[in-house]
Design a protein around this ligand. Structure first.
Ligand code: IMP
Ligand code: MG
Length: 186
């Protein structure tokens, strides 16, 4: 029986993904990432606020093969950014990066962006092109969720947790006007 906090019970249509399932999938993604990047330092870049729960669970699980894989190990640096979007017009919408360390530190590094959700893909495309100005070795993307939407710009992340139908999702750090970030259903 899945339990939903009483104060959210009337607000939710259904539970899409229970926490245990997120963790199972996250562990598989962590193994894949470890195998793909092993031995070369990786900057894991959390897109706040929505990405923080997934980022925490994912980076923790990349650490476990680090302890048990003999000579192979993946040194990680963890960093956090927030994005501010300006949508004056559809095409000139800019993404400004706020917070985080000096992005010049990304020069020559493998970077993994960790995000909560890809919807139209616009945010990700703009973020990647902004980060590339700092000359990283490569930029890869990992998202917990991808929405199946006709509004997609075709962007495909390198690592995806779940592909979901076009619904508005909350919980596990995803919000609706800052509500529901604390929601977790297990
Ligand atoms: P995109 O630029 O259209 O891909 O939008 C991506 C951003 O919109 C994500 O980083 C989320 O923060 C937010 N977003 C899109 N769909 C949802 C949702 O269903 N729940 C919460 N946030 C969402
Ligand atoms: Mg987000």
């Amino acid at each position: 029986m899945l339990s939903i906090p009483v104060h959210y019970r009337d607000d939710l249509e259904s539970v899409m993904i229970p926490y245990g399932l997120i963790l199972d999938r996250t562990e598989a993604l962590a193994t894949q990432i470890f195998n793909d990047f092993g031995n070369e330092p990786l900057v894991c870049l959390c897109v706040l606020k929505g990405g923080y729960r997934f980022f925490s669970d994912l980076t923790k699980r990349i650490q476990s093969p680090n302890r048990t894989n003999g000579n192979k190990s993946l040194p990680m640096m963890l960093d956090f950014i927030r994005l501010k979007s300006y949508h004056n017009t559809e095409s000139s919408g800019q993404v400004e990066i706020i917070g985080g360390d000096d992005l010049n530190n990304l020069r020559g590094k493998n970077v993994l962006i960790v995000e909560d959700m890809i919807d139209t893909g616009r945010t990700m495309v703009k973020l990647i092109s902004r980060l590339k100005e700092f000359a990283p070795k490569q930029v890869k993307t990992c998202t917990l969720l991808v929405k199946r939407t006709s509004l997609s710009n075709g962007f495909e992340p390198d690592y995806t947790g779940f592909s979901i139908p076009e619904k508005f999702i909350v919980g596990y750090a995803l919000d609706l006007n800052e509500h529901f970030r604390d929601l977790e259903v297990s």
